[in-house]
Design a protein around this ligand. Structure first.
Ligand SMILES: O=C(O)CCC(=O)C(=O)O
Ligand SMILES: [Fe+2]
Length: 328
């Protein structure tokens, strides 16, 4: 019983204390309303125009981030290595580079310019044959620097710090057969039709031109200017006869080599990237609307075939064949 009285008293004392506290805080609120009110929208401002200042700072920070990112330039992908594309097109406005040639080659000079990538044009068997030609042929020579070429039409092969003619080497007879040359021609013809179809020109109005060649790129340091494959350039400036450039990639970025991605350098700091994929064909108009560069290869060995087309019948070259090879 006495315990119950004690408990009752304790409760009473507690109640009194709480009500005293409440009274005090009510008094406080009356005296200093800012201190004890639980604010719904955060603390009271501490200096004049605090909200205005904080909002301005927030806006400024957002604008800064936007500006900083745009300053860095943008990278967009036309084709990633992992993608398997039937056909992907990016149109760009034609440069004025073709203006003087329109009357000369009316049906051939590009009226619409751009880039197209397809992974379905060349089969993996065809790609394997071409890779074998490239590997075996380039192994008979090879530049001292990071870039070597093999041109099956002229026989030009990089060797040391210069070039030799592969058809003068006795070993060359053993490494290519007539079937290899037939596949080479089939692939070239497929690419020629794809260029004609995609750029809206008759396929018999575009001609294979030189240089059309296999390339091998590594991270070896350059010994001559020919090894410096990474400089931004316009193909039509390097080779006047070019109207359409195509590339067939023979091995894979990210698997056979690192680096070595193909970059179109566009206006407003935008880079458009094509990651090499085995069997991938990239086609583009050769004028200054398609300024481009190849990134330095970081590791491994990159193989590709450049197949070039012109509108000028006088700059046309013929397909390489077994018979020509024997004669050279
Ligand atoms: O190999 C490539 O991806 C492009 C090479 C190139 O730009 C060229 O040969 O003009
Ligand atoms: Fe190029």
């Amino acid at each position: 019983m006495s315990q119950e009285i004690k408990k009752g008293k304790k409760k009473q004392v507690k109640k009194e204390k709480t009500s005293q506290k409440e009274e005090k805080s009510e008094e406080n609120v009356k005296e200093n309303p800012k201190e004890n009110v639980k604010l719904k929208y955060g603390p009271f401002v501490k200096f004049p125009y605090q909200r205005v200042w904080s909002r301005c700072s927030l806006i400024f920070a957002v604008l800064f981030i936007v500006w900083y990112n745009s300053r860095q330039g943008k990278e967009v992908y036309l084709a990633k290595q992992k993608e398997i594309l039937l056909s992907r097109t990016q149109n760009v406005e034609c440069s004025s580079d073709y203006e003087s040639e329109i009357s000369k080659y009316p049906e051939c000079v590009p009226e619409k310019c751009g880039r197209i990538v397809s992974d379905k044009l060349v089969s993996s068997t065809e790609t394997d044959v071409l890779l074998k030609i490239a590997v075996n042929g380039l192994n008979l020579g090879g530049s001292d620097g990071g870039a070597s070429i093999l041109d099956l039409h002229s026989g030009i092969l990089s060797k040391g710090q210069g070039f030799i003619n592969i058809y003068k080497l006795p070993e060359a007879k053993k490494i290519f057969n007539s079937a290899d040359f037939a596949i080479y021609k089939v692939v070239k013809t497929k690419i020629q039709h794809a260029v004609a179809h995609n750029f809206g020109v008759p396929s018999n109005k575009i001609y294979l031109t030189k240089p059309t060649f296999f390339s091998r790129m590594t991270n070896m340091s350059a010994k001559t200017i020919h090894d410096e494959y990474w400089h931004p350039h316009v193909d039509k400036e390097t080779h006047e006869s070019f109207h359409y450039t195509t590339l067939l990639y023979l091995n894979d970025f990210g698997r056979d080599f690192e680096g070595g991605r193909f970059i179109f350098i566009d206006k407003n700091n935008v880079n458009t990237t094509v990651e090499p994929r085995k069997g991938r064909v990239s086609m583009f108009t050769s004028g200054s609307e398609n300024l481009h560069a190849v990134e330095k290869v970081q590791s491994g060995t990159r193989y590709a075939l450049t197949v070039s087309f012109t509108c000028d019948p006088n700059s046309a070259i013929s397909d390489p064949n077994h018979r020509i090879r024997q004669e050279k």
